[in-house]
Design a protein around this ligand. Structure first.
Ligand SMILES: *Cc1c(COP(=O)(O)O)cnc(C)c1O
Length: 457
């Protein structure tokens, strides 16, 4: 092919892409879409997933395999609900696995982000950016104990990653204790702490020095500390979710976290709480650490931290620990972490949580939700093993994966999204907006009851 012809083809291709881009932008711009547009979006989305994202999702997502071919494509959200392109509304009880604590597109968070966007979106990377300082100050006030200095990230994984590096730098040790069923993210560092073999195996060996002990087993934790110490592999830190989320809403046994704290103190090790999912009011307190009266040395935040509007995360540590990064603040950095839009979102989010007393609301509504679900499951003990939770972090454990999958699929058909996928449904998780109304809770419970009674075991 001649060079001219090649160039001509390339130009034509670019022209097509430009037209496609304009069409997409015009759809984003619209307040309402019509049926024809909805159909086009659906086809493009399914095809795009198949050809350019990952066809695997089409097989796994219950939302795509309904009736063999029907596809649910999301388009808008508000409050505790979102809508698909066809305008069908869903009560969002998956909540992005705990992103939407202040609700979908909370107006105060949206306003703060838009106001900031109109003036400056990202930071120069050189001058001092004010919102970073203000958010760090606010965090110093609301986090437990003497947690004081903050490093900002874009995700939970990055928060864990930063915490691990900070602990290594502070302690000059390389051993970490993590727990079974833990989830800390999937980057190589965070994945080292994560428990699930399926996600770890292809990437072994991960970073050296990680030991997993059964979550909740204080004797095992104690023995592991002893062994590590006796073989000269002193523990840098224990990393824990105070309440395990991804693992299936596992609450710690009484006094467990306190005793872990004591062991850490005894061996000069740090305690890292991964509150990426439990933080920001989810469990009925601003942070789950407060539920158990335990102050960690480092706390990891993300998910709901950006108010369900911006991706944002943070690591907050005591001055004693964080000062390892005073001499050279460039030891660990990220370009976008703590950007002005993310900080504006986080500041407004904390404002909403405090003003509307959403942690208290999570405790009250969560208690009601839990009792109602237990009531609804009465007589179905052959299907439901246990319903447990803390605040608006609730898990329904079934005897088999398949029952959980059928229940979550059935609820989805009735306009309620809960966490439970084809590959992980033994425990379905309920983590709605902390602003969810009692009417919505009642609807979720009655739907659960109806679907559960219809599911065959
Ligand atoms: C979701 C989650 C993470 C990972 O956060 P990402 O934002 O997905 O990187 C880490 N820890 C816990 C406890 C989580 O729930």
């Amino acid at each position: 092919m001649s060079i001219d012809l090649k160039q001509e083809l390339k130009n034509k291709q670019y022209q097509n892409v430009s037209e496609y881009i304009n069409k997409v932008l015009s759809l984003i711009e619209k307040e309402e879409i019509n049926q024809e547009e909805a159909a086009w979006i659906t086809v493009e989305t399914v095809e795009g997933f198949r050809e350019n994202v990952n066809p695997g999702f089409l097989a796994y997502r219950k939302t795509v395999t309904k009736d063999g071919q029907f596809a649910s494509v999301e388009w808008s959200d508000n409050g505790s609900c979102f809508k698909d392109v066809n305008g069908k509304e869903y009560i969002d009880c998956l909540g992005g696995f705990g992103i939407y604590n202040v609700g979908h597109r909370n107006p105060k968070v949206v306003k703060a982000v838009t106001d900031q966007l109109k003036r400056q979106a990202l930071h120069s990377q050189d001058l001092l950016d004010p919102l970073r300082a203000m958010l760090a100050k606010i965090l110093g006030e609301i986090t437990p104990g003497d947690l004081k200095y903050a490093f900002f990230t874009n995700s939970g994984t990055e928060s864990v990653e930063a915490a691990l590096k900070l602990a290594k730098m502070y302690s000059e040790r390389t051993t970490f204790i993590s727990t079974t069923r833990a989830f800390h993210g999937k980057s190589l560092g965070a994945l080292s702490g994560t428990a699930k073999g399926m996600f770890r195996k292809p990437f072994l060996p991960l970073i050296p020095g990680f030991r997993h002990v059964p979550f909740g087993d204080i004797d095992m934790m104690k023995k592991t500390f002893e062994v590590c110490s006796s073989v000269g592999e002193d523990v840098a830190a224990v990393v824990l979710e105070p309440i395990q989320g991804e693992g299936g809403i596992i609450l710690p046994p009484e006094n467990y976290l306190k005793e872990v704290r004591e062991l850490c103190d005894q061996y000069g090790s740090l305690l890292i709480f991964d509150e990426v999912q439990t933080g920001m009011g989810r469990t009925g307190k601003m942070f789950a650490a407060e539920l158990y009266n335990v102050v960690p040395d480092i706390i990891c935040l993300a998910k709901a931290f950006g108010g369900g509007v911006m991706p944002a995360g943070a690591v907050v540590a005591t001055e004693n620990v964080f000062k390892s990064w005073f001499d050279n603040p460039f030891m660990h950095t990220t370009t976008f972490g703590g950007n002005p839009l993310a900080c504006a979102a986080a500041i407004a989010t904390i404002g909403v949580l405090l003003e509307e007393k959403l942690p208290d609301r999570a405790a009250e509504v969560g208690e009601y939700f839990l009792q109602e679900l237990k009531e609804a499951a009465k007589g179905q003990e052959d299907k439901v093993l246990e319903i447990r939770g803390q605040g608006l972090m609730i898990g329904i454990e079934f005897h088999e994966d398949e029952i959980g999958y059928e229940v979550s699929k059935g609820m989805f058909d009735h306009g309620i999204l809960v966490a439970g996928t084809l590959i992980n449904s033994k425990t379905i998780r309920i983590e709605p907006a902390l602003t969810i109304s009692y009417e919505e809770v009642d609807k979720v419970v009655s739907t659960f009851k109806q679907v559960l009674s219809q599911v065959k075991k």
